[in-house]
Design a protein. Sequence first.
Length: 262
Amino acid sequence: MKIIVLAKQVPDTNEVRIDPVKGTLIREGVPSILNPDDANALEAALELKDKTPDTSVSVLSMGPPQATYMLRECLAMGADDAYLLSSRAFGGADTCATSTTLAAGVKKIGDFDVIFAGRQAIDGDTAQVGPQTAQRLGIPSVTYVRNIREVKERTIVVERALEDGFEVIEVEKPCVLTAIKELNKPRYMTLMQIEDAYKKEIKIWDENSLNVTPDTVGLNASPTQVFRSFTPPPKGAGEMLGGTVPEMAAALISKLTEKHVI
């Protein structure tokens, strides 16, 4: 079985700041990490590889050259090979253009049985790239996968998470499955695996390698434009009431009355 995992390098959300003038993310000096949901997607692929030794796992990402560090991490976790789609022509892409580029990368890699992707990226939270990539490839997709029940010759049986439970879906291969954190717990890397990962070649492809034109990828092919990003103003400090329970209740009623809440 041949599996492709879509992965993205994202800024660490604990360090994200927004430029108050430009309204854009400040990425300079911010550490980047493997998108958490994509780590679950990779783990799902590696678990299938553990069960079926002749399975190969390829990781595909679109991003700047420094995304190779994230791909090294994926290789250290157990992926067999990695591909990076990197070019200025791909910059400024929304989910529509991103899925077009990723689909072109998948086609260049060749035959596959399953594509795993994270539910969503923490820097965008759209949850659109996985399903859109499936649409570009003309294959079925199942989102919010929380468990893989069975892998058959032509189909895969999975559980799709719902707000109040789950549904069991049998989907034909090839297909796209998007993973949520409840699916598994990503494995740790060993020092030997990290060392081996830096010996492997990461193939880097641009628009010419993918045989796509600049008007079909990147900003030029992105119908969605972000008007403004901003950090909500901080809330005022709370006030703690002291005294006995009757005293605190009386003080609370007094303050609510002053504000015409009651």
